[in-house]
Structure formats: structure tokens, C-alpha cells
Ligand binder design. Sequence first.
Ligand SMILES: [Mn+2]
Length: 460
Amino acid sequence: MKYQKFKDSVKEAVARFRQLDKKEPARVIAHLDADGIASCSILVKVFNSENMRYSISIVPQLTTELIDSFAKEKYKNYFFVDIGSGRLKTIADRLIGKNVFIFDHHGIEEETKNPAVVHVNPNVYGIDGGREISGSGIVYLFASELDPKNIDLAHIAIVGAIGDVQEDNGFEKLNDEILQTAIERDLIEVKRGFKFFGTYSKPIHKLLQYCEPKIPEIYGDEFRTIEFLQELGIPHRNGYEFRKLCDLTDAEKKKLASGIIIKRMNEEKPEDIFANNYLLVREKGAFKDVREFSTILNACGRLQKASLGIGACLGDEKLKRKAIENLSIYKKEITGALAWFNGNLDSFIKGDKYMIINAENNILSTIAGTLGSILSKSGNYEKGTLIMTMARSADFTKVSLRIVTDVGIDLRDIVKEITAKAGGEAGGHKLAAGAIISRENEENFIKVAEEVLKKFTKAP
Ligand SMILES: [Mn+2]
């Protein structure tokens, strides 16, 4: 029943879309992560086939100020993808006289009665938008309802869902339906294989040296990694070229798997090195593996090169190459952010189970959250530790909050409590929340944040 209602809302959106004057250019606002860019790409494909013009903005979060600036623009038709529900009422109240479409799977601010707003969100019907479908999944359902030829974009929705970490040994419900369609259409194949990242892009010894989960004894040591491969009888080179994990024969992969499991014998789950690999049938290289594809999109969004990511989703070979180059720039940014962090350990605010890091202009504001995520997974902090990172963009300061393993605390509640007292606008969800504040407010915000973080981490 709830699925039927949700799908009816998609049909309703299609009916409303058909009534639009297609000569009017569309205004698209998307979230800057992989799912946002994937959502945007599907919509662009729709606009292209309808001969519609469009203008795109990729944003980290929707502040009231930003919504007001969109409202002032002369467009008539607005599309918010993978973003918008968290500000539903504000958008509805401020984009007066506009047609507004919101395709989102995030939590909803407050329902609106404004009939000019078409809101498609599974959470409205009690479907879990965190697990069952991504923003790009919703845009895909819309696109394929509008024109069945768009069913051939099903794989893009899976790239978005993987980007939003909705895969866990397979997909649930709506995502799984989309995956099955992608398999039937020969767009994706699912193979059980190593869970390591970089099968199609990294030299095998580089991959194993730093892979997750780690391989004891060889971790971080290039020489011992090559030695390990030699002992297994697996050449890491073919002539002058380094081999990749995807180049290994099945027999070599089996030898490698048992070699790794033996090295991991003292770990909790030595054999925890396999996962489903989602492979795009028509792609090769770094775009073959959906996880690598979504990482590239994420990098494009965070370096303000979303157009490269959109081009890659639409199959433009030149933009794909540029998108890969962009990934290495992104990796350098992250390496730089970690180096800055490690060089300034004494300058952070550290509490019993919280830490506040204000990077100011030392890292990109778009990777403040990434730094927090990496630190929270580093194994260097106690379970339940709250990590708040801050960094400046040209016009605001971005705040991100992460936690070391999920202990049931809702990070969005914490950020909301801080912004209620200190100002700024909160966003995000349970395990990755954030805020946008003014630069002048940093000092005051940190003071309030410290009290609130203290309160949330106090032993009961
Ligand atoms: Mn999303």
C-alpha cells in the first residue's frame, strides 16, 4: 500500500511535469555529493530529450538565504533533487508564483499546503528514505515513468544509492527493484568478489598495501606487499605495466584470498574480505565498479566540478577522463587536510569524548565532513566520541559533526540544539550532520558547541 501511494506520487509528478511550458528554462538545485550529481544527471537527460534548457546549482546545504536568492531569479520551474525536503516549508513559502518539484529522500521539515509544490519523498508514506531509495532513485522513477526509454538510466540510480551507502550485502525494496531492472537490461552485473576499493584503477600492490580491511604485517609497507605477492606466485607486473586486481586470473584471485585470510587469522573475522561488486557492463577502467564511479562523482561535487561528473554519467568520454584527473586532485586535498590535522594536534579543543577542530582556511569547506568521517573511522578515538570539524568557504563556515561508531545518538539533534542557541542553520541526518554559520559567529558557536557536546557525551 505505502509503495503504491509513493509510486502514485511519482505519477502525479509526471502529470504535473507534462503541464509545464517546456520553452521555459528549468532551474535545477542539487546536493553536492555523488547521489546529488547522479540525480542531476538523470534530470539533465530528461531535459535534453524534451529540448528544455536548464541551469544547475550544486549546493552543500540549503540555507534560507540561498532559498531567497533562488526565489529572486526569473525562472518559473524549479527542480530540487536529493535536497529540499529538509526545507520543504521554507521553499514553499518563499518560492511564490513558481512551479516547484522536489525529489528527495531526506527527512522532511514540515508539510506544505502550497499546491504549486510537487513533493516526491518516500518518507511521506513511511518508506525508509535512508535505506530503500536514494535521490537519484527517485529521479530515475520519475524519468522512467515519463518515458520508458529512460529505464536505461537505472544504473545511474544505483551509483547514487551506493554513494549514499545504501548497500549492505545487497539492496532493500525500491533500490533492489531498480537493481533488478538494471540487471535485466544488461546495465549492471553483480559479482561476489574482494571488497577492496580500486579493483579497476589501482596497481595491485598499492591496493593491498592500504586496503580496508587491513592486511596485517604488510599494511603501509610497499616492499613487504610485493614480497607477499611473490610468495603467493602472483606477479605484480606484466612487463613494464603494473597489474590491477581485475587483471588477476581466477586461480590467482583464489590464492590471494587464502593468502590474505591466513595473514588475518588473528582478526575478529579473517574472512571478511568479500562483498558484492556492482559492475557496469558497458564501462571500463575506473568507471566499471559502481563504488569507484560514485567516488569520482563525489570528488567532482566537492571540488566544484559537478559538470564533469554529470558528463561522466551521460557517457562523455572526454569529461570522464577529466573526472578521473579530478579524483587525484581530490585525493591530494584529503591528504593535505590530514597532514594539516596531524601537524596541528595541539590546537584542537579536546574533551573527554569530543573534539572540535576549526580548520579555518586550511582545508576546503567541502571536505570538512570528509575529514571528520576519516577521523571517526581511524580507530584512534574511543567509541561514541563526537568529532566536530569546521572550515571556511568564501562566504560562510561549514560545520560537520561525525561520531565514532553509531551508539544511537542522533547527530542532527545535537547540531539543531547548538544552532538553536548559537545561530546558523542545521542540516544532515542521524550519522552525518552539519551546519552553516557565519564566520563572525565561529567563536560563539564553538563555545556553545562545547557545552552541548559535553552534555551529549556525559556518562549516564
Ligand atoms: Mn542522497
